[in-house]
Ligand binder design. Structure first.
Ligand code: C5P
Length: 314
């Protein structure tokens, strides 16, 4: 359902961009999805991996305490950097690698602090299988890094819009989801109907997944996966600080340490920007790693806004 919602939203946006011209809309869809079927097929890879990842996360969260899951899942910050270097040929300076490690440590510290607070109230189910949960979350980290970077490569390697790419991604997502659904719950669905058990909370998860997913795509398009990691980490800190006001959350030493590490990491990662030399000056990190115009931004301008002229057809 999340994939269906995403595809419908993207269709609506494209229709809006075409100012309601149905003919142009259909021609564009036909051309992008059917004529350029090779491009469409490329999206099967991240779609399959994301479908596995999204399901593995349910395995992980059912078998691990929530905070343990959150901490371990932050390893994706490092796998993402690794895949960005391997697949997009991004070159990160030593200081940026250190900042990624600090980022991971900072988020982990905050999550451990949260876990400590929740420990008394957490009932650890006897049905939880720690090893199974850990394996699921580690595979999810690898999958998150790979699928994210693969999607970034596709997105920035062509002129198709982010909305069209998400429709292509969603088509596979829907097919795979339907197959999984039929395989796991086919009989129950035949008996009780497709929408059985769709409580408001389930719809909440679906909306969160669909619009969160689209947001991820836009972030990857205009920035990159590594910056997505920073943004997510920062959001953990911001949301915790907001809970001070909303829920009387108490900021203690461990939280301050974790937040400090995250903020320090953000600062460190952006440091080379300040030292950016003129274009004529070669540096160790100057971009020999161009994938396309926007993908090839060096880490020097990691935090610089992208100029509209550099973007293609979103
Ligand atoms: O944890 P991570 O950042 O890898 O999660 C990305 C999430 O965004 C996944 O749940 C994936 O299904 C979703 N996504 C999406 N559409 C995209 C890219 C990612 O729904 N184009």
């Amino acid at each position: 359902m999340a994939e269906v919602l995403k595809v419908l939203t993207c269709l609506f946006i494209i229709m809006f961009q075409k100012k309601g011209n149905v003919m142009e809309f259909i021609v564009l869809l036909y051309d992008s999805i059917v004529i350029q079927y090779k491009d469409t097929l490329k999206l099967a890879v991240p779609s399959l991996i994301y479908t596995l990842q999204n399901n593995l996360q349910y395995v992980a969260i059912s078998n691990l305490p929530a905070a343990t899951f959150q901490v371990t899942y932050q390893l994706k910050i490092l796998t993402t950097a690794l895949f960005s270097v391997l697949m997009l040929r991004k070159s990160l300076s030593r200081i940026q690698w250190v900042s990624l490690l600090l980022l991971f440590t900072g988020v982990a510290v905050v999550q451990v602090e949260q876990e400590g607070k929740q420990k008394e109230s957490t009932v650890t189910g006897t049905s939880q299988n720690y090893a199974k949960g850990l394996l699921a979350v580690i595979v999810s980290c690898l999958s998150s890094g790979f699928a994210g970077v693969y999607f970034e490569k596709i997105l920035k390697g062509s002129s198709a819009s982010v909305w069209m790419r998400n429709i292509q991604l969603g088509i596979f997502g829907i097919v795979l989801g339907l197959l999984g659904m039929w395989w796991n719950d086919g009989l129950a669905i035949t008996e009780k109907g497709f929408l059985f058990g769709y409580t408001p909370i389930v719809w909440g998860v679906i909306f969160n997944q669909a619009f969160g997913g689209l947001l991820v795509a836009v972030v990857v398009k205009y920035a990159d996966n590594i910056l997505k990691g920073f943004a997510t980490s920062f959001s953990i800190i911001v949301s915790t600080v907001v809970s001070v006001y909303l829920f009387g959350f108490h900021v203690d030493l461990l939280f301050t340490l974790g937040a400090g590490l995250v903020i320090g990491a953000v600062y460190m990662y952006s440091l080379p920007k300040a030292a950016a030399p003129s274009p004529s000056t070669p540096t160790h990190s100057s971009s020999s790693h161009n994938l396309s115009d926007s993908a090839g931004d060096s880490e020097m301008d990691a935090f610089l806004p992208k100029t509209p002229g550099k973007e293609k057809g979103c």
